[in-house]
Design a protein around this ligand. Structure first.
Ligand code: SF4
Ligand code: SF4
Length: 385
């Protein structure tokens, strides 16, 4: 295993971290729920530690609370200081300032430890960060870091690129966690955000390096052929190595459900110090990136000039999900995100065809038509292709 400095926290973290949100169920199938094969999950965590993984990332809500208990059991079976534990505050549950402290206490109890090494405000976007500030989250982080119940304070991020630097600059964060992979180089925080955070001294952890597996499931033929041209690594390893090649990245989290996945990722991590991809390897990744991005159909650049929509439609996000569906047609993710995570008030069926977005779109996109297609496709109607 290779280790990297985690920004100003000074910690030496393993290049591969364990994302504890995709353990297998008792029937051996992937699950998000609480019905986890606990013994199997704990055994995998031990195996990861033996392979050199020292960063274990969980959250209040993962596996409906079972993930933190599993990590707690693992911690009880090893010297506490032999690993780092990261967990996340469920900011969407906070109603009053004292809630932050109350949830931290619950999490420490579940984990059976007096300290969470890396504690994050979970899934920040512009709106939730504003709410956190109003409720005194930053003062809470300062106080608990002083008390030692939190080692270092950070945040995870899900919003448009322009929101990211503002959050980075709002507090003396030790680190951050961002979604980053071959097809998200220009969305969410993106490569620009990665470099910005690192330049400000933050340790950077990466999540969704394979987009929940979408990058290696049902690959388009062009991508399959491309990866096959450099068979010394698997497609998953190629995708991970593209991230580890970048010196600003400290730790890449992977939600490994099986021993084989763990072994595959450990091998790739151990073979990829920063800057280690050959010109041919980088060129291949760039071509595969273009192959995926070329499947997008809307032409939307997520610039946001069409906002605000008077009817509340979150146009860039809807079109983003439509493009994800084009890139990953076998994935349930885009439809789930549309139905479960995008508030009904922001969905495409709120459009009243006023047309004001189209006159503001620098790409001159037929936004009304695209939204109608997106809604149908993402709710199981027409394909929209
Ligand atoms: S056309 Fe539809 S999406 Fe565009 S601004 Fe008007 S209501 Fe909003
Ligand atoms: S203005 Fe056009 S390109 Fe920009 S986010 Fe809106 S639809 Fe997309």
């Amino acid at each position: 295993m290779l280790y990297r400095r985690f920004g100003r926290t000074g910690a030496r973290v393993s290049a591969l971290g364990y994302g504890c949100m995709r353990f297998l169920s008792r029937k051996g199938a992937p699950t998000w729920g609480a019905n986890v094969d606990v013994a199997g999950a704990v055994a995998l965590l031990h195996e990861a530690r033996q392979a050199g993984v020292n960063y274990f990332d969980t959250a209040y809500n993962y596996h409906a609370g079972t993930s933190e208990r599993i990590v707690g059991r693992f911690l009880s079976e090893i010297p506490r200081d032999s690993v780092f534990v990261a967990s996340k505050s469920p900011v969407w549950k906070m109603r009053k300032p004292s809630d932050f402290k109350r949830y931290l206490s619950i999490q420490l109890r579940r984990l059976g430890t007096g300290r969470i090494d890396f504690y994050l405000l979970h899934g920040l976007d512009a709106e939730s960060f504003a709410k956190c500030r109003e409720l005194g989250a930053l003062e809470f982080l300062e106080a608990e870091t002083g008390r030692g119940r939190i080692g270092h304070a950070g945040f995870s991020f899900h919003d448009a690129p322009h929101v990211f630097p503002a959050i980075v600059d709002s507090f003396d964060w030790g680190f951050c966690l961002m979604q980053y992979n071959l097809v998200d180089a220009n969305s969410q925080a993106g490569t620009a955000g990665l470099r910005y955070a690192a330049s400000k001294g933050l340790g950077v952890a990466v999540m969704e390096p394979l987009r929940g597996g979408d990058l290696v499931r049902g690959m388009p033929d062009a991508v399959k052929r491309g990866w096959a041209g450099q068979p010394e690594f698997t497609p998953a390893q190629h995708c991970l190595r593209w991230i580890w090649d970048q010196p600003e990245v400290s730790v890449v989290l992977s939600g490994m459900g099986t021993r084989d996945q763990l072994a595959e990722n450990v091998a790739a991590a151990s073979a990829t110090p920063p800057g280690s991809l050959s010109p041919a390897g980088r060129d291949l990744c760039t071509r595969m990136q273009s192959a995926y991005l070329g499947l997008r159909k809307t032409g939307c650049t997520r610039c946001g000039y069409c906002l605000p929509c008077p009817s509340g439609v979150f146009i860039p996000r809807v079109l983003d999900l439509m493009d994800e569906r084009s890139m990953f047609p076998e994935s349930p993710g885009p439809s789930m995100s549309y139905s479960m995570w995008l508030p009904a008030a922001n969905r495409a069926d709120r459009c009243t065809s006023c047309g004001s977005c189209e006159s503001r779109c620098p790409q001159h996109l037929p936004v009304k038509k695209l939204l109608a297609e997106a809604h149908a496709a993402l709710t199981g109607g027409a394909s929209g292709s």
